[in-house]
Write a protein of this length. Structure first.
Length: 349
């Protein structure tokens, strides 16, 4: 065989080997990028990347939660896609469509979070509000509580410590999980502005109430009638009649708030002696702030109160949750006696 033929054959063999080796490694890279590597565990999975997390934290979390089956291949793809330099915090849904390393890295790189629904209702104070909201977003309850009682924050948004709770309108809101305490307050301030339309503001002005005073009265109305919202406009009208006549509200729920004891079933004379600005038996007019976070239906019940001549009310003796209303004290005494007799019969003290 001539020398030229030997050289040609050698080159051909080298080329075949090179292509084969390159193909082998190329196929390996392809598998790392596109093969299934996400463990769905038979259901949709959410992962949470905390604010300030670095890439190594994310990789460790994915391994601990068994989200990825092969950590080395994920790590290689993540670094090739520069995800190690662009970690974005948040709550991410790992759906069935996310199967490969490329899919997962692309999702986390995009920052396309799955929002959380924050339901704000059945709140009496800042402690409860902070505790409930912290169950949905990244900010913890202490952070939220501290900002809720901060004089600088309440002043910034035009409230006092006593009225600040009225800025939080009960509803279900969408937030990103990595919302901070400050961002939560800012968002709720915007929702408050949106809620108080020109129509609602005009109705409050007709009553001679500020927006916070409307919510304060609404909180009392709601505590008086937390079962049948249809009765709330009647109760609101009754309290407005009392305010306009200079009569104290004498609302039992304000005493429970003053005593910080919502288990009281029967308000006694001793309960009426507490020295508190929330004691509406001793103090005329509205208390300094709400006794709970009133629902929208309660706020609108005050703004659209029923006009009538009722001054007195008492829970119905059938314990249905409805009330007997009266225009005179004499009729009220008759209603009250029926209710007290039924309390006695049932042994409620």
């Amino acid at each position: 065989m001539s020398r030229k033929k030997k050289i040609f054959i050698g080159i051909a063999i080298f080329f075949v080997v090179a292509v084969s080796v390159g193909g082998y490694f190329g196929y390996g890279y392809y598998k790392m990028i596109f093969d299934e590597n996400v463990n769905h565990q038979g259901k949709e999975t959410y992962i949470y990347i905390a604010t300030g997390s670095e890439y190594d934290d994310v990789l460790e979390m994915l391994k601990e939660k068994n989200i990825i089956m092969d950590a080395e291949s994920f790590d290689w793809v993540a670094r090739q896609m520069n995800y190690d330099k662009m970690v974005k915090p948040g709550r991410y849904l790992i759906s069935g469509e996310i199967s490969s390393n490329k899919d997962l890295v692309a999702l986390l790189r995009s920052g396309k979070q799955s929002p959380v629904k924050v339901k704000i209702n059945n709140i009496r104070n800042f402690t409860q509000l902070a505790g409930k909201v912290s169950g949905y977003i990244e900010a913890d309850s202490l952070e939220l509580f501290n900002i809720l009682i901060s004089p600088e924050i309440t002043e910034k948004y035009g409230f006092t410590r006593e009225t600040f709770l009225t800025m939080f309108i009960p509803d279900t809101y969408e937030f990103y999980w990595n919302t901070s305490a400050e961002q939560f307050i800012e968002r709720m301030a915007e929702e408050y502005k949106n809620f108080w339309t020109q129509t609602r503001k005009a109705k409050a002005a007709e009553l001679g109430f500020s927006q916070s005073q409307v919510s304060t009265l609404a909180s009392i109305v709601q505590e008086e009638q937390n079962k049948f919202s249809g009765e709330r406009p009647i109760i609101a009208g009754l309290y407005i009649n009392r305010i306009r006549q200079g009569m104290p509200l004498q609302a039992d729920p304000t005493l429970k708030f003053a005593w910080n004891d919502f288990s009281i079933k029967r308000v006694l004379d001793r309960h009426k002696e507490i020295n508190s600005p929330y004691n509406t038996y001793k103090n005329a007019g509205l208390p300094p702030g709400p006794i709970c976070l009133p629902e929208v239906s309660s706020i609108d019940a005050v703004l659209n109160y029923e006009q009538h001549d009722y001054i007195y009310m008492c829970a119905k003796e059938d314990f249905s949750g409805y009330h007997n209303f009266a225009k005179t004290y004499q009729q009220h005494l008759i209603n009250a006696r029926k209710y007290q007799e039924e309390l006695n019969r049932r042994g409620i003290k």
